[in-house]
Each structure stands twice: as structure tokens, then as C-alpha cells.
Design a protein around this ligand. Structure first.
Ligand SMILES: [Zn+2]
Length: 353
């Protein structure tokens, strides 16, 4: 999960009328109990301009997620058949009124109109809201920061916002197979919209996508995404149509992309099979957010809930060990650590059919 508990972050930040007002609540949902069998509804939303996993490799992704869930959480996860959809169709479920309200939360890096101080303040709010200690944050992030010894969380947030924007600029130069930039004028790279899909009539618990999600926004930016340059691998966000009150979206792009930018953040090249296996294991991290509402034990390398550093998924995978990081072993690993939150006003604005 890149960002999850956004309600308080927005209230503290007070970044815009559209998002600082409103009635934010935690969704009343009980975490799943160990030993349960759960069935998740899966879709694959694709952008035709970008490389994608084949159906066979998608099966590897899901099998790997299933195995990792079993080994780390003792939960047997079943998946529906994968529904194929276009990314344009998927984005069409976002109610226009909520989409308009959310625009102000986006740091507009494409036009260069963004408020750097608000970005740093937003990161600080996320760290504070999630009770991230400076020590844990530095265990995770110090090797990747120009200033390895920030004096407090605000200095760290400023450092993170700087590196985030620098690296995000690099991502703008990578190109798709058709020779045009992967990040184009379309809204599909913007995390904020992915974080909004669940207010619409979304019928999936997991959305896998080949879309590259890289952006900056004034709420919800966490350490691991910032040091990648705003790149999201996966997030667990509110969803009105899910029994878990949230849904997972996960981008396969960081696993399959072979651009120099990606390779610099990765730990060597991956075959397509390995990429699928690693993507599946990382999907289990998101399913841990979905089913148990777990947080991020930053720097605890045995924990599947410790985010991967940069895009070093093989290293992450080789270090995780469920026996050394059971549910309940740390505050972030307690079921219900980060309950899904949502804006009640937005739900009222869009009655379901
Ligand atoms: Zn996470």
C-alpha cells in the first residue's frame, strides 16, 4: 500500500476546500480471521500502449499471491476468473463530481504548477498519521537519500519531496513501444484517480493493470513511493462495493518494464516468469492490507508488509519470512492497524444503482 489512511492527513493538511471539508469516517469492517478461505474478484485493466503480462503469466501472478498468502498469513485465497477491461472503461466508473473534487489534491507536475511546500507537508502528515518513527523511516530510506541524517520528520519529508520530484521528472522521459512517452496527457498515471475509483460502481476486489502509475499529490505519499519518484506499485483504497470496504490496485509495470530508469532502481534483470512470481508475492502485501488492514513495518525485512526498497523485488522476496513476522508481532502488524477511511459526503453524492 502506498497510502491508505488519508482522512486525517487531508484534514491536517487543509490543502483545498474540496478535500479539507467533508465528513471522513473509518469504514466499519472486521479484519479476516486467520484460517479463513476468501474469494476475491479480479480484473486486468490494460492500456494498449504498454507491455502486459500474458494470460499464462497472470496465472503465475495469482498463484504466487495465493502461495504467499498461505505461507505468511495462513489464509487460502481464491480468485475469480480475470475480467479483462480497458483502462478507459475502468476510469469511466469514477463519478464526475468526485473526480472534480479530487483534482485539487494532485501536484500538477506535467504543467509545472505544484506547491513544493504543500507536497512536503503532505508527506509529513502521512508519516505522522501512520505513527512512523524517524528511526524506522531512516532504516528504510537513508541509503537512498542525499541527506542521510535529517534532524526530524519534517526535514525528512522535505528531503523526500525533493528526491520524489527529481525522479518523477526522469520518469517523464521513458517511452512506450510506440515511441511516445509512457506518461502522456492522459490521467491514467495519477494515483489520486486510482484512489477514487472505489467511490464508483467498481465490481472488483483486485485490479491488476499494466498502466504505469507515477505522480505526486498532497495527501497519502509515503516513504517508499517518494524515493521511487512517485511510483506506485500497489495501493489498497476505499471501495464502497467491497465487503472489505477497500480494493487493491496493482501496477505490473515496475515488474515488466526494461527501461534504464527502472533497471537502475531494480536488483538485476527479471525473466518474465520471475517478474510474474515477484509481482504475485508483492500482491500478497496488498492483500494483507485488504484483509487484515495491516500497516507498514518499515525496515523489518522478514515482513511481507515491509515495502520493497526502490524496485528491488527479488531482494525483498528473498528476505521475507512469515515465521519471523506473524500477525500481531508489531504495532503495524496488528489486524485493524489502518482501517479504510472514506468521505461520507462523496458516497452520498453518488447513490448506487
Ligand atoms: Zn503497503
Amino acid at each position: 500500500m502506498k497510502r491508505f489512511c488519508l482522512a486525517l492527513a487531508i484534514l491536517l493538511l487543509g490543502c483545498s476546500k474540496a478535500t479539507s471539508t467533508g465528513d471522513w469516517k473509518n469504514a466499519p469492517v472486521d479484519p479476516i480471521k486467520p484460517g479463513a478461505v476468501v474469494k476475491l474478484r479480479v480484473a486486468h485493466a490494460t492500456n494498449p500502449r504498454l507491455a502486459r503480462f500474458s494470460p499464462d503469466h497472470l496465472r503465475i501472478v495469482l498463484a504466487s499471491a495465493q502461495l504467499t498468502m498461505w505461507k505468511h498469513f495462513g489464509i487460502y485465497v481464491e480468485f475469480t476468473d480475470v475480467a479483462e477491461t480497458g483502462i478507459d472503461q475502468l476510469f469511466a466508473v469514477i463519478p464526475p463530481s468526485i473526480r472534480a473534487a479530487r483534482v485539487e489534491s494532485i501536484y500538477d507536475f506535467k504543467s509545472g504548477k505544484g506547491d513544493r511546500h504543500m507536497l512536503a507537508a503532505g508527506i509529513h502528515n502521512t508519516l505522522t498519521e501512520r505513527k512512523t518513527s524517524l528511526e524506522d523511516a531512516l532504516t528504510f530510506a537513508a541509503p537512498y537519500l542525499p541527506d542521510a541524517h535529517p534532524k526530524d520528520l519534517m526535514s525528512l519529508s522535505e528531503s523526500l519531496s525533493t528526491i520524489m520530484l527529481e525522479r518523477l521528472e526522469h520518469w517523464r522521459h521513458i517511452t512506450a513501444a510506440d515511441g511516445t512517452p509512457v506518461i502522456d496527457a492522459s490521467p491514467y498515471n495519477e494515483w489520486v484517480y486510482w484512489d477514487t475509483l472505489g467511490y464508483g460502481n467498481l465490481q472488483y476486489d483486485l485490479v491488476l493493470t499494466n498502466q504505469f502509475i507515477a505522480s505526486a499529490e498532497y495527501y497519502g505519499v509515503d516513504i517508499h513511493s517518494a524515493i521511487r519518484g512517485g511510483v506506485t506499485v500497489g495501493t489498497t483504497s476505499y471501495s464502497r462495493n467491497s465487503q472489505y470496504s477497500s480494493y487493491v490496485f496493482m501496477s505490473t509495470f515496475p515488474f515488466t518494464d526494461t527501461s534504464e530508469n527502472t533497471r537502475q532502481l531494480r536488483d538485476g534483470d527479471y525473466s518474465e516468469e520471475l517478474a510474474a512470481e515477484l509481482a504475485g508475492a508483492y500482491l500478497a502485501h496488498e492483500i494483507g492490507h485488504l484483509l487484515f488492514q495491516l500497516g507498514h513495518p518499515f525496515g523489518q525485512k522478514s515482513c511481507v508488509m515491509n515495502p520493497a526498497s526502490l524496485l528491488r523485488f527479488r531482494e525483498w522476496f528473498n528476505q521475507i519470512n512469515g515465521q519471523d513476522c506473524p500477525i500481531g508481532s508489531r504495532p503495524e502488524m496488528r489486524a485493524g492497524a489502518i482501517p479504510p477511511s472514506f468521505n461520507q459526503d462523496w458516497v452520498k453524492m453518488t447513490p448506487q444503482p
